[in-house]
Design a protein around this ligand. Structure first.
Ligand code: ADP
Length: 356
């Protein structure tokens, strides 16, 4: 691909100026053969180079100067900027129109190239993260296995628990990766059932318990007394809540407070997961549900992740006709995630499709 040399500021205008000088010199050299003809055509190349290297503005300036120079030096009578006849007006208008098209088209392709480059970089970074995230648990499993072999039965239970945790972390990562591709292809389908909100939240807590326990977090659960019937895909909703609970556990220093509440609010059931953890910087909050969004990981002391969990959370919640939001007091002030889902009488009746 002909990748452009994208220059900025003064450099872009210097290149445009150089092209103008070269085009003028060439036109001068050919003046004895051309006479009053092709006064502007030589400048197309200058405009194209200026557009391709600097974008639309250097191209506009080059086109404007080309009109002045071409008119002043190469159209009869020379040394005057006035337009004398219909033919001169026509060729000048044509030059301006084509230059404008060159400038706009170059800008569009430069932006497309830039977007492709950013996407390529994001993909490379993502692949590196995936490789890293898969390698870490594998190394721990390998190490625990080796210890098992050396120490026999003595600490086997501890090592086996370690292996179990890493294996479930690995399978979560792989599930997230598979879901990422399902989301990208719009292939996630909901298998809705009637279920009470409390059952789903309890299921998610059971799944997150090993991590919560290993981090010695204190979990407080408050479920409103009244029934909160939902018409949802329980597996997917449990996945949403497990993801939020896992994050709360990961991004809270050991021994932290995690509070989960479920209560009806108007026509919705509202799940709130609040932690006393590292919090989220204000400028990160609007991007936190974007694919691959990750704040400072070193500060998180986390088990790692791919930066796709919250994007999946938002996607799944929206598929259910609900919404998810985040708030945080800032770094080290904890975070709060709120998932709101329509109670059963309000849930739009969906097609029941198999969950893949
Ligand atoms: P990851 O795999 O990195 O955990 P997520 O999509 O689940 O990806 O989260 C994206 C980013 O949001 C995380 O990397 C982390 O920086 C931030 N984050 C998510 N949940 C919390 C939380 N409870 N407290 C602080 N930061 C969080």
């Amino acid at each position: 691909m002909l990748a452009p040399f994208r220059s900025r500021g003064a450099v872009a205008y210097a290149i445009a100026g150089l092209c103008l000088v070269l085009a003028t010199a060439l036109r001068f050299a050919l003046d004895p053969f051309l006479g009053n003809h092709l006064s502007f055509s030589f400048y197309f190349l200058a405009v194209a180079v200026a557009a391709w290297t600097g974008g639309v503005w250097p191209a506009v300036v080059t086109a404007f100067l080309s009109c002045l120079i071409g008119n002043y030096l190469f159209t009869h009578p020379q040394g005057s900027l006035t337009i004398h006849d219909y033919e001169e007006l026509l060729s000048l208008s044509l030059f301006v129109a084509v230059s404008f098209a060159i400038g706009i088209l170059s800008e569009i392709s430069l932006r497309a190239l830039e977007r492709a480059r950013v996407a390529e970089r994001a993909k490379d970074e993502f692949m590196a993260t995936v490789a890293h995230e898969l390698r870490s648990p594998l190394s721990v499993i390998h190490y625990a296995n080796a210890l098992n072999r050396i120490s026999g039965n003595e600490h086997a239970q501890d090592h086996n628990e370690l292996i179990e945790r890493q294996v479930s972390h690995l399978s979560l990562l792989i599930e997230d990766l598979l879901d990422l591709s399902r989301v990208a292809h719009g292939k996630i389908r909901l298998n809705r059932r009637h279920i009470d909100a409390s059952a789903v939240v309890e299921g998610a807590i059971e799944k997150s318990r090993p991590l919560l326990a290993s981090r010695k977090h204190n979990l407080r659960l408050e479920i409103a007394a009244e029934p909160m019937s939902l018409f949802v895909d329980p597996v997917r909703l449990e996945q949403v809540l497990t993801n939020l609970l896992t994050n709360a556990a990961k991004y809270t220093p050991d021994g932290g407070e995690i509070r989960v509440t479920v209560a009806p609010l108007g026509d919705n059931a509202v799940f709130t997961i609040r932690d006393s953890g590292i919090g989220i910087a204000e400028d990160m909050l609007p991007h936190i549900f974007d694919m691959f969004a990750q704040a400072d990981r070193a500060a998180a002391q986390s088990d790692g992740g791919l930066g796709i969990g919250l994007a999946l959370v938002r996607n799944l919640v929206e598929l259910h006709g609900g919404s998810v939001s985040v708030s945080s007091g800032g770094p080290n002030c904890g975070s709060e995630f709120v998932v709101s889902l329509p109670l059963e009488q309000n849930a739009s009746m969906p097609e029941v499709l198999s969950s893949t």
